[in-house]
Design a protein around this ligand. Structure first.
Ligand code: AMP
Length: 114
């Protein structure tokens, strides 16, 4: 999508601090980190929300989670622990409408989330 900021990051058209990329996903540091480690894992292909996934995307979503775990390990979080989450639509707190998996860590997470 031409006016999607995360599509532009995936394409390298606007800068981001990338920590991982392959043919299917890109991982980059959140501009407004909510924890010492805050990385977003996105699919290269534009998918607006979790609601827009199809059966054909199941491997992609699994891959996003596996890469989140790999980045967490690279950041020294595997044993300490970390949180992954996807916000969906307005009440879920989604502000960027290109699917993204948040990876948060480096501090004690609390529950319930706000
Ligand atoms: P969400 O509220 O789940 O849609 O999360 C969107 C996230 O994208 C927020 O945590 C923002 O700080 C982050 N964000 C927005 N624009 C950028 C950007 N250009 N580079 C990195 N992170 C961004």
């Amino acid at each position: 999508m031409t006016d999607c900021i995360f599509c532009k990051i995936a394409a390298g058209e606007i800068p981001a601090e990338k920590v991982y990329e392959d043919d299917h996903v890109v991982g980059f540091r959140d501009l407004s980190p909510q924890a010492p480690v805050h990385v977003l894992i996105i699919p290269r292909r534009h998918i607006a929300t979790l609601n827009d996934l199809t059966e054909a995307d199941e491997a992609l979503v699994g891959h996003m989670h596996r890469i989140a775990a790999r980045v967490a390990a690279d950041e020294g979080l595997a044993e300490r622990g970390y949180r992954t989450l996807i916000n969906c639509n307005a009440e879920g707190g989604q502000t960027v409408f290109h699917l993204h998996l948040h990876l948060l860590g480096g501090r004690q997470m609390t529950w319930p989330p706000g």
